[in-house]
Design a protein around this ligand. Sequence first.
Ligand code: MEV
Length: 346
Amino acid sequence: MAISTSPGNVFFLGEHSIVYGRPAIVAAVNFRTHAEVKKRTDNKVVINSDGYGTFEDTLENLSTKEWTVKLATPTEPARNDYKTDGKMDVLAPAKDLIGRLAQIHDLKTGFELSVKSEIPQNSGGMSSSTAFLSSVLGALNQEFSLGIDHQNFFDVLLPFQVKIHGGAASGAEITSSSLGGYNWVKRDLTKTPPVLERKNLGKQNFHLVIGNTGVAGLTSETVPYVRSGFNGDNASYNAVFDRIAELVSLAEKAIKAGDAKLLGQLMDEDHELLSRDLGVSHPKLNKLVDAARQAGAYGAKLSGGGKGGVMVALVSQETQDKVAKAIEAVGGHAYITTVGGEGLKN
Ligand code: MEV
């Protein structure tokens, strides 16, 4: 039997602009998904997952299923390849991953897979689907001795991330879920298949409060939304992405210097750009961000795709409770979490 756990992720800065080749800073948060894999004596795959249902099929069926990733064309409307009848099939990416691994590694023995997640289910922006896939891959890797280095989880998982996000994804969250820590990440757009450059920013001691709006924000809708704006006016959008890149570069230095005050200011400006210029905020996100700032946070911003989901507030240990209460007082759900911890653990 093999057990693996993987953390969720937040963006300190740089979501959306990372899709256009600008850098971002992501970090693992201490909400983890736990996957357990146990070989069976037959060829059945049985998946049990807290809150996401159950599933049973044979390994042959899963591995012969047609498996493709269709990249989004710039002008097509939002889509989610794992959505049927308007509902996201959360187990679908895991089924795809299992089928793909069975093809590549010629797996013949079935297994039981059970997955439990601490990541709140309606919390878009904490990369629950990435943590789910990363923990499943970690447990299968161990149980079947697949020999996949954690550094290479990005290459294995990116196609599924692309499908989840509707045809375009940076894969930045895979870094946090597999490798943990605080990371500067940037897509090299000149390489096919895509390569994510990564710099680990070392062990840091920042404190966050995460605020959940409870509004479902779908990355498969916000990424195409920004894309359509970009297609209409490249120059204006490039200017915003370039300013975010400058903020990321300053934030990298602030993180290394442990300067929470400066980092908070940079996060505030990033939120304004995401909100006013890219249009991916939501009235409830802005409300939680304002409440966190008024309660003494160094800075606050939406995290991830936006239009709902979660925001993050950078706080001191002393203001953490006050900021959490302020977020709750305006209708959000607040989580106090450590940040930049371990990635995949077996
Ligand atoms: C979504 O969590 C983050 C985005 O930057 C999309 C991506 O990086 O794939 C909006």
